[in-house]
Design a protein around this ligand. Structure first.
Ligand code: NAP
Length: 304
């Protein structure tokens, strides 16, 4: 591939991506960056050597690093794509090789815990860190599902800290834009409050729904009868347990708050059913139906 010919106008070109966590998100980022001609070399590290090896065999990375620190050695861009609970330990491992010129990003689904970890660990290099959350993904984890198109047309949220270098924020925004993302900025707190409602709670409910059904003696038989509505509602229950364990625990306060609000809404619906109050029930369904009909995902907006 002629890298120079593919570069999107105005996007920075990096010498080396140090990729830590060669899974779905990290692998997709590396593939997209390579395809756009925005990086000359990708050096990757993952917890299991077999993952790193597979990533190299697939052409996701060019060089296997035996440690996170060695993946970062010589890198001008670093992406952490590990479960959020591994962020702090990973930053500790690499901090000695982070220079003011290194752009360090993550892709974690929660931001307050990630930012707190970065503050504790990176100290004087904190300006290099641009926390990012691409609103993209799949239920299928692992490098074998990495996809150069994963981020195209999706939203990415940056939650810079007060000390993040402006030049690094601009560079991060340019990289994600070059991959076809709509870039938004907000505080880590606002991010976690919003995603507790629209991502973490729906996952919690999908997990509870599956467990509630399968815990019944006839649950498996019921599942065999389920149709497209059930398929759509339950899709996210097939998500990666390790990743979601970390996310739900990391954002527990906001999530439990949303769970309480949900239970209140559920009780309101149940009360109308118990009372046989058809009019009130219809009104509540109408409210939900209208809200859903008027909802449009940001990634459905045309790219600009
Ligand atoms: P994944 O496919 O399981 O990839 C995670 C990778 O991190 C694996 O290669 C794993 O290595 C590696 N890893 C785990 N602990 C590590 C450590 N301590 N040091 C180095 N590597 C380590 O998961 P993913 O879906 O890409 O998720 C990565 C991040 O993206 C998470 O923080 C998640 O919150 C965020 N995210 C995910 C989605 C989504 O839909 N999947 C969406 C938005 C954001 P092994 O293969 O050796 O275990």
């Amino acid at each position: 591939m002629n890298a120079a010919a593919q570069q999107p106008a105005g996007a920075p070109v990096f010498e080396q991506l140090g990729l830590i966590g060669c899974g779905l998100m990290g692998g997709s980022f590396a593939l997209a960056l390579k395809r756009a001609g925005l990086v000359k070399r990708v050096v990757g590290y993952s917890k299991s050597p077999s993952t790193t090896e597979r990533a190299r065999a697939m052409g996701v990375i060019d060089v296997e690093a035996p440690s996170a620190l060695l993946a970062v050695s010589g890198a001008d861009i670093v992406l952490l794509a590990v479960p959020v609970a591994a962020t702090e330990a990973t930053l500790k491992t690499i901090r000695h090789l982070v220079t003011p010129q290194t752009l360090v990003m993550d892709v974690g689904s929660t931001k307050r815990d990630v930012v707190d970890a970065a503050r504790r660990v990176l100290r004087e290099q904190i300006g290099c860190f641009v926390p990012a959350h691409p609103i993209a993904g799949k239920e299928l984890s692992g490098v074998e599902h990495a996809d150069a198109d994963l981020y195209a047309g999706k939203q990415v949220i940056l939650t810079p800290l007060e000390r993040t270098y402006t030049a690094h924020i601009q560079k991060a925004a340019a990289v994600w834009s070059a991959l076809g993302c709509h870039v938004a900025k907000m505080s880590p707190e606002a991010h976690d409050a919003a995603f507790a409602a629209v991502s973490h709670l729906p996952h919690l409910l999908a997990f509870a729904l599956m467990n509630g059904i399968t815990s019944q003696p006839s649950g498996r038989d019921f599942l065999s009868l389920a149709g497209p509505g059930f398929r759509d509602f339950s899709r996210i229950a097939a998500a990666d347990p390790e990743m979601w364990r970390d996310v739900l625990l990391a954002n527990r306060e906001e999530l439990l708050e949303q769970s309480k609000l949900f239970q209140r809404a559920l009780k309101a619906l149940e009360a109308t059913i118990e009372a046989g109050n058809a009019q009130a029930l219809e009104l509540l369904i109408e409210q939900a139906s209208e809200a859903r009909a008027n909802w449009r995902m940001t990634s459905h907006k045309p790219a600009h």
